[in-house]
Design a protein around this ligand. Sequence first.
Ligand SMILES: C[S@@+](CC[C@H](N)C(=O)[O-])C[C@H]1O[C@@H](n2cnc3c(N)ncnc32)[C@H](O)[C@@H]1O
Length: 222
Amino acid sequence: MITANSYSAQAIQRAYDRRKWVYSKTVAVVEWPYHEQAIDAASIQPGESVLEVAVGPGLALRELAGRVGRDTTVHGADLSPGMLSMTRQRLLDAGFARLDLRQADARRLPFADQQFDVVYNAYMLDLIPEADMPGILAEFKRVLKPGGRMVLLNMSKASAASRDMRERLYTLLPKALTLYLLGACRPVLMSPAVQAAGFMDVRRTFIAGRAPSEIVTAIRPR
Ligand SMILES: C[S@@+](CC[C@H](N)C(=O)[O-])C[C@H]1O[C@@H](n2cnc3c(N)ncnc32)[C@H](O)[C@@H]1O
């Protein structure tokens, strides 16, 4: 994994507020088939308590809301108020009114211990510096019920040894352009960090295609 640039939470928030329309019409559309596979891997049952961290423009949260059902509140968080308002509108337009959306940093989630059956997080850890990953994974673990499932979806590559053009671009571009052109994202391989965070049944699926990505699923031990 290449070393990540470090951006303040404010810089990330500003960048995603500014790119929300472009992102929702381009990147989010290309990545949608990867979400479908990741959401299937969560095996969500009607009535389960689900949190998506980093909802972005809300495509995945709308699907998650459909799977828990209209009578169950679906929970979401994101740093960017622009993304959150886009998500709220998307869900309301689709007839989902039971929403709990919070502006929050994944490093400090405003949710109770052991609140959720499922935590879903897509294309966010790939913009987080490695040093911050353990704290974020500990937060995901804290809010999951014992036996709860975590599903991570991220920009990735086949193996640690693979060469990747997006990594080259990430390191070649000036830091500010990396933020605005790549959304600060680079390929990551999350399984070792998930294992180190004390999750069990850690499984990785790599999916090639237009946006090579990995799905990592894991369980919070009972
Ligand atoms: C690449 S987008 C992915 C959005 C969405 N998950 C998707 O796949 O379409 C990254 C999102 O993560 C959010 N984000 C970045 N860092 C975050 C953090 N530390 N806590 C919460 N959200 C964060 C950004 O505001 C942005 O909405």
